[in-house]
Design a binder for this molecule. Structure first.
Ligand code: XMP
Length: 430
């Protein structure tokens, strides 16, 4: 391993990730580990330069104060305590240390080097992947999302043709999305890619299903079945690549933090399909994943794309999905994205998309009465997707988008703009 490591011991503070980020921002790699890590486990970590004891809000669990093992003090690593009353540390801060204090700890006390960068990280991961996988094969569900794309690029670099990517097109992708996955990974990066067009199968299962939760369940369940069928056709695969990232691990609950939500990317595979996991991004924050993708040579658009839900356009074609509305939501979304990019809003707005309800309204086209669908535009900004505010989109841009949707998208005679923040509305409609 090329990088010095600062270990943050999780004593129940919600600020652990903030400190981890700040240390990495200063060019030093940091990881959060459970408070009850043993001396043996700690010594087994590569290049540890120092330890931060970060106490906090949840330091008392079930009436007992969370303590680190006393043997850790004997290891001789420089220690910094934040809101944790220990006298054996080189320095102690009542609350979050500022950058200067952190800098002093990292570079004077720990003598850490600023060797945390994507180039070193990728080299380390490639070595780890090769050691783990040997000459065996890895299977990866490649959705085209940021995380799975970056994992694919990393694995291609590490093991080339020993990686088998499966891209399932569920028929609910955005315009040209599956084509672009095939173009980038098969044509440009020469990945071993199996492309499965399961559109008809998904649309068949979804016919007449109007309940949002039911739709999500069908899409998620069918995705696993299609992937499983492909996996069974292949032979000699021992590993499953996954785009797990650091927040997934942290949000899934630590020993001191309450579980926020459970994560499983391609969870739900049957018991007899046993794979060992390969998760080369599991220590990265989202922006680091993007930087890693850029370093690996992925196209900017793929790495910096806005979030897109797993069930895709299925949750934006409201109620029971019909082909005419699915086509209209796909076309109007493409126009919206094109015009946002033209106006420079693609770099400013966090998420923007169109939605089509399942009712019609009266209108006029070519002097005749028409009864057609409406497109709703949504454009929001948020930090963590828990709350969101509406982007004040320039009127001229909205007019141009409206004109184009009304002229170019079939079966649509009306365009609306959603003014609702989250809460009370959610970002998606279903
Ligand atoms: P809501 O609608 O809950 O959305 O305010 C919050 C964010 O999550 C995205 N989203 C999903 N992402 N799988 C995903 O990977 C899903 O099933 C899913 N549902 C919503 C949504 O686009 C928004 O960014």
């Amino acid at each position: 391993m090329k990088q010095d490591l600062i270990v943050i011991l999780d004593l129940g503070s919600t600020q652990n990730t903030v400190i981890a980020r700040e240390i990495r921002d200063l060019g030093v790699y940091s990881e959060i580990h459970p408070h009850d890590i043993t001396a043996e486990e700690l010594k087994a970590l590569p290049n540890v330069k120092g330890i931060i004891l970060n106490g906090g809000e949840n330091r008392v669990v079930d009436g007992l104060e969370v303590q680190i093992r006393p043997e850790l003090y004997e290891l001789g690593y420089p220690m910094l305590s934040v809101d944790y009353p220990q006298s054996k540390c080189v320095a102690r801060f009542a609350e979050l240390p500022d950058k200067d204090a952190l800098r002093k700890f990292l570079f004077e006390d720990c003598k850490a080097e600023t060797n945390w960068n994507m180039k070193n990280f990728i080299e380390d991961q490639i070595e780890l992947i090769r050691n783990q996988v040997g000459d065996r094969k890895v299977l990866l569900a490649l959705s085209g999302g940021v995380d799975s794309s970056v994992v694919a690029a990393m694995l291609i670099k590490a093991i080339g043709q020993q990686l088998v990517c499966v891209h399932v097109n569920h028929g609910l992708m955005r315009k040209n999305e599956s084509e672009s996955v095939v173009k980038v990974f098969r044509d440009e990066l020469h990945a071993n890619l199996i492309y499965v067009d399961a559109s008809e199968r998904f649309l068949g299962k979804l016919e007449h299903v109007a309940d949002p939760e039911q739709k999500r369940k069908i899409i998620g369940g069918e995705f696993i079945r299609v992937f499983e069928e492909e996996a069974r056709k292949l032979e000699g695969i021992d590993f499953l690549g996954q785009g797990t990232i650091y927040p997934d691990i942290i949000e899934s609950g630590t020993k001191t933090a309450k579980m926020v939500k459970s994560h499983h990317n391609v969870g739900g595979l049957p018991e007899d399909l046993k794979f060992e996991l390969v998760e080369p991004l599991k220590q990265l924050f989202k922006d680091e994943v993007r930087a890693c993708g850029v370093e690996l040579g992925l196209p900017h658009d793929m790495v910096y794309r806005q979030p897109f839900p797993g069930p895709g356009l299925g949750v934006r074609c409201l109620g029971a999905i019909t082909r005419d509305r699915l086509e209209a939501v796909r076309e109007s979304d493409a126009i919206l994205r094109e015009e946002f990019a033209r106006a420079g809003l693609d770099k400013k707005v966090w998420q923007y998309f169109t939605v089509i309800p399942d009712f019609k309204s009266v209108g006029m086209k070519n002097n005749a009465r028409v009864f057609e669908y409406m497109v709703i535009i949504r454009a929001i900004n948020t930090v963590d997707a828990m709350t969101a505010s509406v982007e004040k989109v320039d009127w001229d841009v909205l007019e141009r988008i409206t004109e184009r949707i009304l002229a170019e998208v079939e079966n649509v005679n009306r365009v609306c703009f959603d003014m609702s923040p989250k809460p009370p509305a959610t970002i998606e409609f279903e």
